[in-house]
Design a protein around this ligand. Structure first.
Ligand code: RM4
Ligand code: MN
Ligand code: MN
Length: 430
C-alpha cells in the first residue's frame, strides 16, 4: 500500500500553529453571518459536502500551440499523475476523484489502477474519450473528422474507442462518459453543416446504446478550436438538442471556456437545468477563448453567478439533478498542483458565497420588482470573505489550513524532480 503522499504529522504541525488564528477568524465571521440570519456551521457543512474532480491531464504542465515549458518533477504517466492529484486531495480535501482521459491514461490493468488510486485516497469520475488526435498504429485518421467523418470506417473506429472508454470506466468505477469532439470545418463549403450533425447523432446513438443502465453520457459543446469555421457541437443549443434526441442518459456538459466572449453562462446553466439536461461542468477561466486558465482567476464574479444558479437548481431539482463537477485547465506557467489547489479553493469559495445568499430576500425583491435589493441580495453574499469557512471545513477532515504554504514546505516537487524522468519539449495543450 502506497498510502497518502504527504506526512500527516507535517500537516498536523502546520495546522496546530495556525488553528487559534483560524478559530478567531471563523468565530468572528460566524457572528457577522449570524447577524444576518446565516448559520456558519450550516454553510461549512454544505461546503464540506461539495467536491470537484481533478483532470489527470491537468496535473502535467500544459502548453500553448506554440510551446511547452516543462518543470522538473512533473508527472509523465498516470501513476505519477495520480500521486500528484493525491497531494491536492490530501491538502485541500475537496477533490477526491480524478477524471481520466483515454488513451492518454492507458494502462494494461485497470483494476490495479483503481486500487492504486484508492490507496491514495482517490476514486474516478467521468472518463473522457479522445478522437481529436491520431494515435500511433491507428487504422484511420481523424484528420477530417471522427464521429462525424464522411468515412464510415472512421466513424466506426471513433465509436469503438468511446465504447472502449466505457469498458475502462466500468473497471475504474466511473459512471459517466464525457464526449467532446473537435469535429468541424475550417472552410465554408468544406462539409454540409446539416449532414455532419446527422452523422454525429448517428454515431452518438451507437455509443449511447452501449451505456450501462446507471451511466450518463455528457455531451460537451465548444464553439471553435481546432475547427475555426464551424464545429459540429458548437453551443448549448446543439448540445441540448442532441441530448434530447439521444435520451435521458445523455446530458450537457458546460465547460466555462467554450462559449463566445461575454455570453451569459449562468443563464445557459439555468436553461439546461430547466429541461433536466444539466449533466456536468468543466471549471476553468478565460479572457478570450478556451484559455483554460485557473478557475476564478479572471472572472470570479461569473463563477459565483454560475454557482448561484446551481444552488437554485439544488433547491428545485429535476430529472435526477446531480451534475459531475470537474476542473479542466491547462497549467502552462504554474506548478499544476498549486493551480489545482488554488482553483479548488476558488470553486468552493464561489459555492460557499452562493450558499450564503439570502434566498428569501432575493425572492421577495424579485417578486416586488425591487431591482436594487435583488442585486444587493447577491452582492452582499459575494462580498463575504469565506476563506475561514473553507479552511475550517478542510482542517476538520485532516486537510491543511494554508494549502499552498504547506505544499511548498513539503518539498514534494523538489523530491519528484530527483525521482522522475524529465519531460520532453513539445507543444499542445497537454
Ligand atoms: C477540450 C475540451 C475537453 C478536453 C480537451 C483536452 O477543449 O475542453 O474537455 O478533454 O480539451
Ligand atoms: Mn473541457
Ligand atoms: Mn476546452
Amino acid at each position: 500500500m502506497a498510502g497518502l503522499p504527504l506526512s500527516a504529522d507535517q500537516i498536523a504541525e502546520h495546522n496546530a500553529a495556525r488553528l487559534d488564528a483560524l478559530r478567531d477568524e471563523y468565530d468572528s465571521l460566524g457572528r457577522s453571518l449570524a447577524r444576518r440570519g446565516v448559520d456558519i456551521d450550516g454553510v461549512k457543512a454544505r461546503v464540506a459536502g461539495f467536491t470537484v474532480a481533478l483532470p489527470t491531464w491537468g496535473s502535467g504542465v500544459g502548453g500553448t500551440r506554440f510551446a511547452k515549458f516543462p518543470i522538473p518533477g512533473e508527472p509523465t504517466n498516470i501513476h505519477e499523475k495520480l500521486a500528484d492529484c493525491a497531494v491536492v486531495q490530501q491538502l485541500g480535501r475537496a477533490t477526491p476523484r480524478v477524471s481520466p482521459h483515454f488513451p492518454w491514461d492507458k494502462v494494461s490493468d485497470y483494476s490495479a489502477l483503481r486500487e492504486e488510486a484508492a490507496d491514495l485516497g482517490l476514486g474516478f469520475d467521468a472518463v473522457n474519450s479522445n478522437t481529436f488526435q491520431d494515435q500511433a498504429g491507428q487504422t484511420h485518421s481523424y484528420r477530417t473528422g471522427s464521429l462525424t467523418s464522411t468515412d464510415a470506417g472512421v466513424r466506426a473506429q471513433a465509436v469503438e474507442h468511446n465504447i472502449d472508454c466505457i469498458e475502462i470506466g466500468r473497471k475504474l468505477g466511473s459512471t459517466a462518459l464525457t464526449v467532446w469532439v473537435g469535429d468541424g470545418t475550417n472552410f465554408p463549403g468544406q462539409q454540409s453543416l446539416g449532414a455532419s450533425l446527422d452523422r454525429y447523432l448517428d454515431s452518438a446513438a451507437s455509443i449511447y446504446a452501449a451505456l450501462p443502465g446507471d451511466w450518463r453520457m455528457l455531451l460537451e459543446h465548444k464553439m471553435f478550436e481546432p475547427a475555426f469555421y464551424s464545429t459540429v457541437i458548437s453551443d448549448w443549443g446543439s448540445s441540448i438538442l442532441a441530448a434530447q434526441e439521444l435520451g435521458p442518459k445523455a446530458r450537457c456538459l458546460v465547460d466555462l471556456g467554450h462559449h463566445a466572449p461575454n455570453v451569459n453562462i449562468e443563464q445557459i446553466v439555468a436553461r439546461l437545468h430547466r429541461f433536466g439536461k444539466l449533466g456536468g461542468f468543466h471549471f476553468n477561466d478565460s479572457k478570450y477563448g478556451d484559455d483554460d486558465l485557473d478557475s476564478g482567476s479572471i472572472n470570479p464574479h461569473q463563477l459565483f453567478l454560475v454557482f448561484n444558479e446551481l444552488v437554485e437548481a439544488q433547491l428545485n431539482p429535476r430529472d435526477g439533478f446531480d451534475p459531475a463537477y470537474m476542473i479542466d485547465q491547462s497549467h502552462n506557467i504554474t506548478d499544476p498542483i498549486e493551480s489545482m489547489l488554488s482553483s479548488a479553493e476558488a470553486i468552493l469559495g464561489a459555492y460557499a458565497k452562493a450558499v450564503i445568499v439570502d434566498r428569501e430576500a432575493l425572492r421577495a425583491a424579485q417578486e416586488a420588482n425591487d431591482v436594487m435589493m435583488g442585486f444587493q441580495a447577491l452582492r452582499r453574499a459575494y462580498r463575504v470573505d469565506v476563506s475561514p469557512i473553507l479552511a475550517m471545513a478542510r482542517v476538520e477532515v485532516g486537510g491543511a489550513i494554508d494549502v499552498l504554504d504547506l505544499y511548498r514546505a513539503s518539498g514534494w516537487r523538489e523530491r519528484k524532480a530527483q525521482e522522475r524522468k524529465p519531460v520532453g519539449l513539445g507543444a499542445g495543450i497537454v
